[in-house]
Design a protein around this ligand. Structure first.
Ligand SMILES: C=C(O[C@@H]1C=C(C(=O)O)C=C[C@H]1O)C(=O)O
Length: 288
């Protein structure tokens, strides 16, 4: 079993990188199954919806606050000195410990896809995976004579739901930004294939080079099986604890495309600051 710790073994082995992505599937699916037990609770995602936060000088949403507070603590524990962790929050505090000395595996970059990850999670994923719990809540409210829009008001589990949202968002962020390791691995495998499309930027050509349709196909098939298995095994009622097609759609429509955008963006800047001699040496590597 490959180590998730890239300080062990070859950090740029594509097999090892893919095994990390596969393990993150489990983290993401279990987090979505847990979040799906609570209603949508839309006010959690509306900036300014909690006057208590505004009274504490925080203008953002409940989830924004949870991310800020969680990531501030994790930053002090030097979580974000690791190249495979990317925060959602800006201006985080400095670590209380000196940074770990990580090997220079990735080319220096400032790629951060978290604004897009947060947007699609809040706008598309949350409403879909919580729809069953929301409908169940509405039915129970109607049975108590609570009708109209009040049927669909939230269940008040703001802390539990936001804790799970943060866990899923952190796992999705790690998964998407692992695209940098994938790109570095593919680039070093054959630099000459990529260099012409970096020197004369060609996103389509780079995307075609990094895309592996058979890997994506196997992943989506595996994902559907995992979601069905994990969901049924956690739910004796047999109704299933999560919208399986919603999990597959999360990957097919959002996670995989964003991972590939990170891969291409990383490649487009892979030669930044290198001399012509450096680039020529790279182009000659892997050549017979
Ligand atoms: C991550 C990789 O690169 C691309 C992105 C994939 C994904 O996001 O799952 C899968 C295959 C490739 O199209 C890979 O080759 O493993």
């Amino acid at each position: 079993m490959q180590s998730g710790n890239y300080l062990v073994g070859d950090p740029l082995s594509l097999e090892r990188i893919r095994s990390v992505l596969t393990r993150l599937e489990d983290t993401i699916i279990f987090g979505l199954i847990e979040r799906a037990q609570y209603a949508h609770n839309p006010r959690m995602y509306q900036p300014g919806a909690f006057k208590e936060l505004q009274e504490h000088g925080f203008p953002g949403s409940w989830l924004d606050w949870f991310l800020k507070e969680t990531e501030a603590f994790h930053a002090k524990a030097r979580r974000y000195t690791s190249p495979d962790e990317t925060p959602f929050t800006e201006n985080l505090p400095e670590p209380v410990l000196p940074p770990l000395k990580f090997p220079e595996i990735l080319f220096p970059n400032t790629i951060n896809a978290n604004p897009s990850i947060l947007a699609f999670y809040v706008c598309h994923i949350i409403p879909r995976i919580t729809s069953q719990a929301t409908r169940t809540l509405a039915a129970s409210k109607r049975a108590q004579g609570i009708l109209g829009s009040a049927e669909f008001e939230d269940d008040g589990n703001y802390g539990s739901a936001a804790t799970l949202d943060v866990e899923v968002l952190q796992a999705v962020s790690k998964r998407v930004h692992y695209g940098k390791f994938v790109s570095e691995s593919k680039f070093l495998e054959k630099p000459s294939a990529f260099i012409p499309h970096i020197l004369k930027p060609n996103r389509k050509a780079l995307e075609d080079l990094i895309t592996k349709p058979e890997v994506e196909k196997r992943l989506l098939e595996r994902l559907a099986k995992k979601a069905a298995t994990y969901s049924q095994s956690l739910d004796a009622s047999g109704t299933g604890k999560i919208d399986i097609s919603g999990v597959v759609d999360l990957y097919e429509s959002y996670i995989i495309p964003l991972t590939k955008e990170v891969e291409v963006e990383y490649l487009l800047h892979r030669l930044d600051g290198l001399s012509e001699d450096d680039i020529q040496r790279l182009a000659n590597e892997g050549s017979p």
